[in-house]
Design a protein around this ligand. Structure first.
Ligand SMILES: *Cc1c(COP(=O)(O)O)cnc(C)c1O
Length: 374
């Protein structure tokens, strides 16, 4: 099999392309011509059920994550919802205690009313996950590194546990991407993506993906849910994600390398209380991260500053190359004070800033910080 970068470039081609354009065309048509015998030449009928650009994207996602099949959605949240909708009232899901904020809200505000029971557990402690499993547990969901505290969970250990208890293990691989971490190779059954982040890579498209290790009963149900609920990405959005995938390996390796340099620089700075980055030996998850993130610790880090909130907000607005905005994974560096986004009941420390490292030269990024921390 060709290497990841080669497959990433190949991934954006599609097979219907008759004039053999080097860059894939976009098929905007919602409907396809039917033959006299009722058949369709290329299998496409109506674009909620299938579209050439979406098929290309889904094939690419499955390929890069090493799964047998993938489904694309209109957002990362829509991908998560499709997986949850395979459950029935009374079923239980275990999610991380610091799960992506909207996932916690989704389970509390929407699915609790549908009879889905959610347990929030600190997944860095596998024993606590094991204690939480009971006969109704259907899914275990993991995010590693987690958001915004960069906690690391041992995916292979959790996969063994999930298998022993006949539950599905789903890993949100939005932050590390398949460039740095391959959950299916570590034993996971499903991989979730917010393609709006690194996969798209330019902060201009909202999309999500769900990759399954195996084709079978579950994949058929997901496909059915995708087709019936219609939370699918537009052909142009699929095309944009495919374009993003072609540069994903170079972008992520560069961003991860810059994040490592920035984290190391922060660690020595007297105004920084703590750096949360799994590439640092001081991080409690360093050993596990080294084992499961094979080519870098990622482009995301959080810092805790020795300043009060007002001063921290002031500093973050003085930076020249870091835009104060939510989201992550784009070519531009972003910075966010998570506590003020998450609200009073969030457990995120008040002096924490989350940083998404972009593709600017890391020397300029360090100089920018050096200036505002003077
Ligand atoms: C952004 C994000 C999501 C949600 O994805 P959307 O595309 O915004 O719906 C889920 N998980 C993680 C880790 C994210 O960063």
């Amino acid at each position: 099999m060709a290497k990841l970068s080669t497959r990433a470039v190949q991934a954006g081609k599609n097979s219907l392309n008759k004039p053999r354009a080097v860059t894939a065309p976009i098929y905007l048509s919602t409907t396809y011509t039917r033959n006299e015998d009722g058949s369709y030449d290329d299998g496409f009928i109506y674009s909620r059920a299938g579209n050439p650009n979406r098929e290309t994207l889904e094939t690419a996602l499955a390929d890069l994550e090493g799964g047998e099949v993938a489904y694309a959605f209109g957002s990362g949240m829509a991908a998560m919802v499709a997986l949850i909708q395979t459950l029935a009232p009374g079923d239980e899901v275990i999610i991380p205690d610091d799960a992506y904020f909207a996932l916690t809200k989704l389970m509390n505000d929407v699915y609790s009313r549908w009879g889905i029971i959610t347990q929030r557990i600190d997944m860095t402690d596998i024993e606590r996950v094991e204690e939480a499993i009971n006969e109704n547990t259907r899914h275990i969901w993991v995010e590693s590194p987690s958001n915004p505290q960069l906690k690391i969970t041992d995916i292979a250990a959790l996969a063994e546990l999930a298998k022993a208890h006949d539950t599905l293990l789903a890993v949100d691989n939005t932050w590390p991407t398949p460039v740095l971490q391959n959950p299916i190779a570590l034993g996971a059954d499903a991989v979730i993506h917010s393609s709006s982040k690194y996969l798209g890579g330019h902060s201009d498209v909202l999309s999500g993906g769900l990759v399954l290790a195996k084709k079978g009963e579950l994949s058929e149900r997901i496909q059915h849910i995708q087709e019936l609920t219609g939370g699918v990405p537009s052909p142009f959005d699929c095309w944009l994600i495919c374009r993003g995938l072609q540069t994903l390996p170079v972008r992520v390796r560069e961003q991860s390398g810059s994040a490592m340099k920035l984290a190391t620089w922060f660690e020595d700075h007297p105004k920084i209380e703590r750096v949360l980055y799994p590439g640092l030996t001081s991080h409690p998850g360093y050993e596990v991260a080294k084992k499961q993130m094979h080519s870098g610790a990622g482009g995301m880090l959080s810092i805790l500053l020795k300043e009060n909130v007002n001063k921290i907000l002031e500093i973050s607005h003085q930076l020249r190359y870091f835009t104060t905005a939510t989201s992550l994974g784009g070519v531009e560096s972003l910075i966010e004070h998570r506590k003020s986004i998450e609200g009073d009941h969030s457990s995120t420390p008040e002096n924490l800033l989350r940083i998404s490292v972009g593709l600017e030269d890391v020397d300029d990024l360090i100089a920018d910080w050096s200036r505002v921390l003077k």
